[in-house]
Design a protein around this ligand. Sequence first.
Ligand code: PLP
Length: 297
Amino acid sequence: MTTTDTRIAFIRGQFVPLAEAVIPVMDRGFLFGDGVYEVTAVIEGRLVDDTPHLARLARSLAEIDIPNPFAAPEWTAIEKELMRRNGLRNGLIYIQVTRGVAERAFAYADGLAPTVVLFPQFQPVQYSPLTKTGARIITLPDQRWTRCDIKSTSLLAQVMAKHAVSQAGAHEAWMTRGDQITEGASSTAYIVTAGGDVITRDLSPAVLPGITRQTILKIARARGLTIVERPFTRAEALAATEAFYTSASTIAIPVATIDGHPIGDREPGPVFQDLYAAYMRDLMDLPEAWPAEDGHG
Ligand code: PLP
């Protein structure tokens, strides 16, 4: 962020210039990472998978006993207004809700007013060059806590993992517990077996229930693919004919190498290509966030 940042954010109930937005130091999100977040993609003016993202936000909040400040239609109205004010057609909407401001103490009192922050990120989501070249993955130990199903803003393990990724000149980390892969540092991991089955880890507190995962699996089932939701090992991943990962901020990316070992023939495989194309086609059926006559269509 720079002082030339012209983005508009929604902070504590108001739309304000992001460069001028402030949060009190005593906010529990700042002091304890006591909060949750969501990231939703905007593609060609469409808010992607908005309903399930807001449902997961509601669940994350409920799991940590923070009252949800808005009903889903209110959240969507704020997101759309944020898009309109920023002219956001392609990028991401970041939402964060913390428990609020209070004197520093681990235990919290009831009745705190949650802090709500939304801002846009202008970064291309679709058609990443990696969809053509494939990504380089490194594996490293999953150092997170035991409630990875909550989309917590306490992200120290992922910060460390992503730094290792950048030091290695790679694109993503797949994290391991024992010999099993849990998920990507910020994505859901999949492999394709020689028989054509798509394997991804079953939902449990060990992984974040990915929203893109939900949509991709629905598309995969509709296309007659066999989906097996179970843990898989690093050795299975190295032997896979294809591997890929999904997230709201990347949609889907094929894997070229894992720890330097080529996956399949390193090229984006047919299962990935078919699912990715189907996802992008379905997306264009979504309505745009505001009518074309507003001048943004
Ligand atoms: N797993 C983790 C740990 C993540 O951080 C993310 C996204 O940030 C995902 C999976 C993918 O989830 P989604 O598809 O909802 O973006």
